[in-house]
Design a protein around this ligand. Structure first.
Ligand code: ZN
Length: 202
């Protein structure tokens, strides 16, 4: 019987270093393969990314790790946004001499409705435009009106947007309950906050 030698190039998985059997799927993924450290005056570390071959299992693990990292980054970004926006909004509420409780409660309500960032940006814009038109002192005099109207407009815009894009009523009432404690408190302030709470509950 004739003997034949078959040459097979086996691909090694970059992660687990195992040879991937012929016929098995080979995934190519760009991974961080090295950290380059440059020496000299401005010594810095730079990650090097290269496409590598992976077995199916390692590729799936890497995909999961990537996803988790992206989620974490997104969460971190959101937290940072809430912190910065929250500090700004509370300080604005305090500047128009709202009590701490209302300032913090109102800001939390804005976060829950999901319009804190928009309100902050709109408020910064409105305050700058008013300051340019009336001067800083004139703007300060109008600040309560600016704050209430901005929040009312953004709240109504968010509410309207929801009505347009989700014609059906949301069935789950779970998010309503934590808000109930906040409703009377928000009612104390102004109509603007009432609008906002309505927007959040719908
Ligand atoms: Zn592997």
């Amino acid at each position: 019987m004739e003997q034949r030698i078959v040459m097979v190039n086996l691909v090694q998985c970059w992660q687990c270093k195992q040879y991937i059997p012929p016929g098995d799927e080979i995934r190519v993924r760009t991974m961080r393969t090295a950290v380059e450290v440059s020496s000299g005056l401005n010594s810095e570390q730079r990650d090097r990314y290269e496409p590598v071959s992976l077995c199916l299992r390692c590729d799936q693990a890497a995909a999961q790790a990537d996803e988790k990292e992206q989620e974490q980054n997104a969460r971190y970004g959101r937290m940072l946004g809430w912190a910065l926006g929250g500090i700004y909004m509370v300080s604005v509420c305090r500047a128009i001499s709202l009590p701490w409780l209302v300032a913090i409660g109102g800001t939390i309500a804005l976060v829950r409705v999901g319009i804190l960032g928009r309100c902050c940006l709109a408020l910064i814009l409105a305050e700058n435009v008013t300051a340019a038109l009336l001067g800083v002192r004139g703007m300060r005099a109008q600040e309560p009106l600016l704050v209430y109207s901005t929040i009312a407009v953004m709240g109504m815009a968010a509410w309207g947007w929801r009505l347009v894009h989700r014609p059906w009523r949301r069935q789950k009432n779970i998010p309503d309950r934590p808000d109930q404690g906040r409703v009377p408190r928000a009612n104390v302030t102004t109509d603007a906050t009432t609008e906002l709470t309505k927007g959040g509950l719908s």
